[in-house]
Design a protein. Structure first.
Length: 239
């Protein structure tokens, strides 16, 4: 019987862990008393990626999920273009719950767009968007947002001060790695979406599509919720 190789152990581990990082696989190899060096481990992972058995999930992270998440930009194209045309030098990011509607268990009764920018410019953005007939809320909290229950306006926008994370923004469009963390924070601030529904959506996305988990966790760390996000991830992607 042929002796199992480092590659065999990596494949075995990956079958039960659809996402994992380098430290986790090192620990697994040590537990199984497999001798390796950092370079031989990286080389074996490289070969598995080349054979499309593993895929990159961000710096130091890997996944067995081939299909990358593709985000629909159409629901917020008008808003992004409108703001950019008026303030071409303004740094901002935007996303909407409508972009991820297909991943909720129950479809939200209404959609809301979120715009993140420097807090000093939020009032200016609000005035501009109000003039364009958008229903805009400036950094609202739970008691202010309860009126959303009554609203049927499809042009609802919430403005929030931003923590700039350039790698999670592309031409003012927020990437899914940012959206997942932002939405998790929003359910803490407002009752826009039920927490259980948000968790189901989060798990639905990361278990069916590959995202840059490293960037999402880094952003979660910057927003001081990395422990909570790690717990959700590990409970949903580890068998």
């Amino acid at each position: 019987m042929a002796k199992k190789t480092i590659k065999d152990y990596i494949i075995k581990y990956s079958k039960k862990n659809i996402y994992f990082n380098l430290d986790e696989i090192k620990k697994y190899l040590k537990e199984n008393k497999i001798k390796f060096t950092h370079n031989t481990l990286k080389q074996n992972i490289y070969l598995l990626k080349k054979k499309k058995i593993l895929y990159s999930a961000g710096r130091g992270w890997y996944s067995t999920i081939e299909k990358e998440f593709k985000l629909d930009k159409q629901p917020i194209e008008d808003i992004v273009q409108l703001i950019h045309s008026k303030y071409p030098l303004l740094e901002f990011s935007c996303w909407s719950t409508e972009q991820i509607k297909g991943y909720f268990h129950h479809l939200p009764s209404q959609f809301v767009a979120f715009i993140y920018s420097d807090k000093d410019y939020l009032s200016t953005i609000k005035d501009f968007l109000n003039e364009k007939n958008y229903n805009v809320y400036l950094n609202p909290h739970k008691h202010e947002i309860e009126k959303f229950v009554e609203l049927k306006n499809k042009k609802n926008i919430i403005l929030r001060p931003s923590i700039i994370f350039y790698s999670l923004i592309e031409n003012n469009y927020a990437k899914i790695e940012k959206i997942l963390i932002d939405l998790f924070l929003e359910i803490k601030k407002i009752n826009l979406i039920d927490k259980e529904e948000c968790l189901k959506m989060f798990i639905n996305v990361i278990t069916n599509y590959r995202i840059d988990l490293a960037k999402s966790l880094a952003y979660a760390y910057s927003r001081k919720i990395d422990d909570e996000i790690k717990k959700i991830i590990y409970e949903s992607v580890k068998n």
